[in-house]
Design a protein around this ligand. Sequence first.
Ligand code: PMP
Length: 396
Amino acid sequence: MNSTPLTAIAKRHGPRYNADLALWSQLEEATMTQRAYNFSPGPAVLPEPVLAEVQRDMLALPTAKASILEISHRSKTFKEILAAAEANLRQLLSIPDNYVVLFLQGGSRLQFSMVPMNLLEAGHTSADYLLTGSWSKHAWKEAQKAGDMRVAWDGADGNYTHLPAAAELKVDPRAAYLHYTSNETIHGVQFATEPAVGHVPLVCDASSDFLYKPLPIERYGLIYACAQKNSGPAGVTVVILRKDLLQRSRDDLPSYLNYRIHADEGSLMNTAPTFAIYVVRLVTDWLLNEIGGLEKMHARNESKAKMLYEVIDASDGFYTGHAQADGRSLMNVVFRLPSEGLTKKFVSEAEQQDLTELGGHRSVGGIRASIYNAMPVAGVEALRDFMIRFRDENAS
Ligand code: PMP
């Protein structure tokens, strides 16, 4: 029998699995031949070795002798998984001790509400928002239900193609925090560095670029990211929060919406999303052990994105990028073709080549190639080659 990743994993886990090896190798063959390069914006591609481990644990975790789906969130095995997920994140991002790491449910959308509910306080009853695309606008709109949210910058005039220059940022020094979205998943604009906000706590929605590169965590008050783009499946949202800000969470908040209670309970106030956290642990293992950390991940992300932007720039206007060059996202490459007809043709011919989920968001149109951490270099190369061929065949 070939020692492919799945059979190797099965072998590692002893005799119980050997009986299933024949079945597993069939499964594996089916999986390998059926996997397309999936450019979905999220839930999105996961690393193949992670999926193989998940497949194994669907039957039984080696330490629990039961599936990851069947064990208690208070079991020793799950508590070890939770601790390992947190330790991995702390190592990858060098998270200082004065920050807590929480694993919550409700997606990033719930954070749009939890952030203002927890961080506004007497003397800081308003917060500043940078509007750089659809997601930061959603966050701002939702936050207004909790208080007075000032727009510190709005890119609507330019149809969210660029980011604020440092001189354009006028942060209210009394703001409870400044919220921004590090990567706009729909518009494909991304901050390369944190906006300068002085002493005002910086709050970041990092949903679609979490773990794409190292971050200076000490510059942030709070970072949140749903897992289903760069760090796992749907179902868990990671929140990294500076401990002194926990004092702002009022006792009269509903318990689930109170960061301080989650911190006190170590993310186990209620039944944690066990499976999703387990996958985050595997993805962070993969980043540490197979990729070799976030510097290396960043270099790979830069070279993947460059491949596509170079084709766009060399296409004589056949492809037009949405974002201006200095705000281009390394995660979501958004571009247009000369007509709606050609866009449809592009998506359908790409699909025939097993390059899937390339249609742009309905509000922006065109094409969006989401090339998160787990998108293999070979997938981006295949898309690049397809783009070059498609242009040669269709440019007038
Ligand atoms: N913020 C950003 C930047 C996103 O891309 C998304 C999801 N596409 C969200 C927030 C909302 O996340 P969720 O669906 O987990 O609530």
